[in-house]
Design a protein. Sequence first.
Length: 136
Amino acid sequence: MRLSSMADYAVVTMSAAARHCGMVRVSAAQLAQETGLPVPTVQKLVSLLTAAGLLRSSRGTGGGLKLARPAAAISLADIVEAVEGPIALTSCVDNGKHDCALEGSCTVRPHWGVVNAAMRGALADVPLTRLAETAA
């Protein structure tokens, strides 16, 4: 499994926002400058992350972006799901999806839920505080 570029960039953007301790408001342009990502990409990510309740945006004087909750309460799973949607390694576990030729006879399908839960659990165990740490 590999994260999409947008999920990767969302993690980078949230890590940069977390380094501001979640208390100081920053602009999308400032996050773009700090991360090296293009401003339009950061703006798109900010929209997704705000909609997911991970960032809070304020307009006007003193406005900008800040974490919607403490960095320790935001996980890697939260960030990935904000961009990618629910974590699922196969499409057959999604309700309503019936696009697999093996669906009627697949003996593995009942087990994918456990695998997906394990993957989500592993990502949920990585807090944003850890991702925001600078390398020594």
